[in-house]
Write a protein that binds this ligand. Structure first.
Ligand code: CTP
Ligand code: MG
Length: 235
């Protein structure tokens, strides 16, 4: 196994945001705690981070779900919990603040809703971070992109300069902590790259991974299960 940290002499921590309500997915249990491929969704990516030697891993969770979170991530080294906020940005900020006593050099910030995190992606981001203070995984847009107005096509958008943005996003720790502290934008930033750019930092683009897509709707859980079944010849 390639240890991602062998690519960097700097200490790397992680924030995993798992404090959302999963309203678009629906159901009684927020999607990050739903059992998927044999374990809670959040456990997939946290295990990948542990395997990469990243520590500590600060997981932002929703109030009232402390026991479920502890069970979901039981037995994993250096996993800690903090109560998240009203928005994703607030959850990231509170988790970054909670890492301050550990004074990591760099941090990966990841959505619990993206379970399929590979060692190759983690290693690639840490390697890319040697060249700047922020690096994010992106994928090209392959479909034509248009603008629509009142149900009709209003114009074309050049897709060559458009990318789909994923997580984990990798940052110099104090740079992204300061950026979150000075964030004055919308209540929810969408992602941490926007927070970094708003604070005046250059964000480098690294190659993303189709497998990193986010579980958003209930069908995403089913669809991913079907893809697996097809690949392994089960379905
Ligand atoms: N998240 C969080 N704190 C919030 C909102 C979101 O930690 N206040 C996390 C989610 O748990 C998820 C990630 O941010 O891992 C991406 O957010 P999203 O996919 O939008 O999840 P939810 O906000 O939970 O879903 P929805 O918007 O459908 O309610
Ligand atoms: Mg949301």
């Amino acid at each position: 196994m390639t240890d991602a940290l062998s690519l960097s002499s700097r200490s790397t921590a992680a924030v995993v945001v798992a404090a959302g309500k999963g309203l678009r997915t629906g159901g009684m249990v927020p999607k990050q705690f739903v059992e998927w491929r044999g374990k809670p969704l959040v456990r997939h990516s946290v295990e990948a981070l542990v395997e990469a030697g990243i520590r500590p891993i600060m997981v932002a969770i929703p109030e009232g779900w402390e026991e479920v979170a502890a069970t979901s991530l039981g037995g994993l080294a250096d996993v800690r919990f903090v109560l998240g906020g009203e928005t994703r940005q607030a959850s990231v900020r509170v988790a970054l603040e909670a890492l301050e006593p550990d004074a990591p050099s760099q941090v990966l910030i990841h959505d619990a809703a993206r379970p399929l995190l590979s060692q190759a992606v983690i290693g690639g981001l840490i390697e890319a971070l040697q060249r700047g203070v922020a690096t994010i995984p992106v994928l090209p847009v392959v479909d034509s992109m248009i603008r629509g107005e009142r149900g009709a096509m209003a114009g074309k958008v050049e897709r060559e300069e458009l990318y789909r943005v994923q997580t984990p996003q990798a940052f110099d720790y104090s740079t992204i902590l300061d950026a979150h502290r000075s964030w004055q934008g919308e209540p929810d930033a969408g992602d941490d790259a926007q927070v970094a750019v708003a604070a005046g930092h250059e964000v480098l683009l690294a190659t993303g991974d189709e497998a990193l897509r986010k579980v958003t709707f209930a069908a995403d859980l089913e669809e991913q299960g079907m893809i697996r079944a097809t690949r392994t010849g089960i379905g």
